[in-house]
Design a protein around this ligand. Structure first.
Ligand code: 9WN
Length: 441
């Protein structure tokens, strides 16, 4: 039985309280303890939720996010607060040395391009003239960001952008990234350290596992590899050209699916603002939907990420393979293939949807971060895509089950797809924000 929206009123109120609790004055931390800074895609999801309860505060969330935009257009994945408790803080990144930022400290990499969606959705809650003004305010920042993505991360003009660190994907230890990272030559030294067990020495220095059980987080060996990668990026002063020439990169499926949708939303924002988009951006972005098709595996019959250097598809099914449904504009055949994956009880049809890796994967652990648990932001993206593809009853079912999961377990970072138990940090802001949006829209 689907519950009616009215039944969820209390849950929406509790969710609004979570956002208040995590509000640090103009921006919202993802969660107490583990995440004391402002994250890029978190703040976008948070603004979407806030737009229903306090549109001015939602706008503020996005304005504070723009403090971090680099002169070259990049939106960094974290804007640091003064809090020193995070495991990879500003002194580790040393991004200030690039002279790209002023006034704030940030990392030197980005995160999924949810900004256009956030601006579009917040605008929907404003009256017409306010919306026009708000769209005009944000249009230049989104354009600059998308131009940066194509100029710096699409060197061969493919319509797909390449990511240089798993943290850019937002799905840190997801199997496609783990596989690609460990098979790259830069991991040689770390591979030996792992075989010798030397990496375990770092275990007691880990800050993140002080607030969340180690079994629910990235493994120590993977984490050390991420740090090593940051050191390399830092050595090249986060210069995408140099990094892509010699280093490690992936055409990440989920990121590019989100970008394809973001371009369409940017066009809608520009139309409503009465503005036009630069020809360079239109030219680059016009290829992205079609380019997603180059990530389709004929052998596997699903989409996959592609290794930037070897050009091989990374043969690891994960929830990213469902995200082209969010990009939209798929053929009916592709939509049916994605729906089939979602309905397959060996793969993604879990009791508590949607597992981040298939239930039958050798990686699957119900509480381990991006290697099993269900995440509310991913559910939200897939539900939105299904609805636009006309798959309304499946979208409704997933939405109700997601709300039920949060209602029972609480506002956790992620949830066991097997028994719905909450894990990771709590109370987690995007879980709360997107619960509000699912209830109110
Ligand atoms: C690294 C804040 C972020 C999310 C990511 C999630 C996790 C960070 C970490 O937390 O990543 O960026 O320290 O593990 O994977 O999606 O934005 O909530």
């Amino acid at each position: 039985m689907l519950r009616k929206t009215a039944d969820w009123r209390q849950l929406a109120e509790r969710a609004a309280d979570v956002l208040k609790k995590n509000d640090l004055g103009g921006w919202t931390r993802p969660a107490p303890g583990l995440y004391p800074h402002q994250w890029l895609w978190d703040s976008c999801f948070i603004a979407i939720g806030l737009s229903h309860v306090n549109p001015r505060r939602a706008i503020k969330e996005l304005e504070t996010l723009m403090r971090g935009q680099w002169k070259n257009g990049m939106l960094p994945h974290i804007i640091f607060s003064e809090d020193k408790s995070y495991h990879a803080g500003k002194n580790f990144w040393r991004a200030g040395r690039t002279k790209q930022i002023s006034g704030v400290h940030t990392t030197g990499i980005t995160q999924p391009p949810m900004l256009a969606e956030a601006v579009f959705r917040v605008g929907k809650q404003l009256n017409r003239s306010w919306r026009r003004q708000f769209y005009r305010q944000f249009l230049p920042s989104i354009i600059k960001y998308h131009l940066w993505l194509y100029r710096e991360r699409d060197p061969y003009d493919q319509g797909l952008v390449a990511l240089i660190h798993p943290w850019e994907s937002g799905m840190d230890n997801t199997p496609p990234w783990v596989e690609a990272l460990w098979s790259h030559r830069f991991a040689n030294g770390m591979r030996v350290a792992k075989q010798l067990g030397v990496h375990t020495l770092h275990e007691r220095f880990r800050k993140d596992t002080k607030s969340v059980p180690a079994t629910e987080r990235t493994s120590t060996a993977d984490l050390l590899l991420y740090y090593e990668l940051v050191r390399r990026l830092r050595g090249l002063k986060y210069d995408s050209g140099k990094i892509l020439k010699n280093g490690f990169a992936i055409y990440d499926l989920a990121f590019n699916a989100i970008l394809a949708r973001a371009n369409d939303l940017l066009a809608d924002i520009a139309t409503e603002a009465g503005a036009s988009l630069p020809a360079e951006l239109l030219q680059a972005s016009s290829k992205t939907h079609a380019a997603l098709e180059t990530l389709w595996s004929r052998r596997r019959q699903y989409y996959l990420s592609r290794n930037f250097s070897t050009l091989r598809l990374i043969d690891q099914l994960s929830v990213a393979s469902l995200l082209p449904i969010y990009a939209g504009k798929l053929t009916p055949e592709r939509v049916e293939k994605i729906v089939a994956l979602l309905n397959d009880s060996q793969l993604f049809a879990a009791d508590w949807p949607i597992p981040s890796v298939p239930l039958n994967s050798s990686y699957f652990k119900p509480l381990n971060y991006w290697q099993g648990p269900s995440w509310v932001n991913i559910n939200w993206l897939i539900i939105d895509g299904l609805r636009r593809a006309g798959k309304t009853s499946l979208a409704d079912r997933l939405k109700n089950r997601t709300l039920e999961m949060v209602d029972r377990a609480g506002f956790f970072e992620y949830f066991s797809p097997v028994n719905g138990r909450g894990a990771g940090s709590s109370p987690f802001s995007w879980t709360a924000a997107l619960v509000i949006d699912m209830i109110r829209s």
